[in-house]
Write a protein that binds this ligand. Structure first.
Ligand SMILES: O=C(O)C(=O)CO
Length: 243
């Protein structure tokens, strides 16, 4: 079980292309990122620059979100909006291309706020099949503190992944699960070995481990005990909010 750093939530005020170097300077050699481009369909030069920002500093990118819309404005996914189908397709193509170039085979795919329309499930399943053919996975993550987000628990995530088929998996962010009130010990015991990816932060505050009250060490030991063999990435703010 190796630990990586989510550079998007860790360094929100650092220019995107400087974030891998900042992570390396902090001692991380493994990173993940939310969608690092301003649009769903960046040009070749933007993609080349992002890939170089990772390879030039000798860190490994293990996961990258697909385009989720305007995250700062509260959007969490566009797949259910027919008017944004082209953007979703562009994001999938670019995400898989970056993944192929950098070896990042996991793509957290936010599903949009509000009830999940069948259209979204159909498009996610089609995208998962494309990802599967490229040796990659679309990840479904329960989120907390996002109004009307339809995936809140590991049960929600596994149920949706069950409808998407191969090329999909569950991203268990233990912070979100705890904030949503899920019994994380029970979730790990029941299906921890099936998690495709794990993220952690402490609560309250989504800060680094030790800044809140979550039993993160116990949960990591439990994940190892049930046979989880994937990555654990720190998706935490650098400082406890207000500090
Ligand atoms: O929106 C969030 O909190 C996420 O974790 C997105 O990946």
């Amino acid at each position: 079980m190796s630990v990586g750093l989510n550079v998007s939530i860790r360094y929100p005020d650092v220019p995107v292309l400087e974030r891998p170097a900042r992570a390396r300077a902090e001692g991380f050699t493994v990173i993940e990122s939310w969608w690092p481009f301003d649009t769903a369909g960046p040009g070749d030069a933007e993609v080349d620059a992002f890939c170089a920002s990772v390879t030039d500093v000798g860190v490994q990118l293990v996961a990258m979100n697909l385009f989720g819309g305007d995250m700062a404005a509260g959007e969490r996914g566009i797949v259910g909006n027919p008017a944004r189908a082209a953007e979703f397709d562009d994001s999938l193509a670019v995400g898989l291309e970056v993944g192929a170039r950098l070896g990042a085979r996991m793509h957290n795919t936010l599903v949009g706020r509000g009830p999940l329309p069948d259209l979204a499930v159909e498009r996610l399943a089609a995208a998962a099949a494309v990802a599967d053919a490229r040796g990659s996975q679309l990840l479904i993550e329960p989120l907390s503190a996002v109004a009307d987000y339809p995936v809140l628990t590991t049960a929600d995530a596994f149920a949706l992944v069950g409808r998407l088929g191969p090329g999909s998996g569950v991203l268990a962010d233990l912070y979100h699960l705890a904030v949503n009130g899920e019994d994380v010990d029970a979730a790990i015991a029941a299906r921890g070995a099936e998690f495709a990816h794990v993220q952690i932060a402490d609560a309250p505050g989504r800060g680094s481990p030790g800044t809140g009250s979550l039993p993160l060490a116990r949960w990591l030991r439990a994940l190892r005990a049930v046979g989880y063999e994937g990555w654990v990435c720190l998706e935490a703010r650098e400082h406890f909010p207000g500090s």
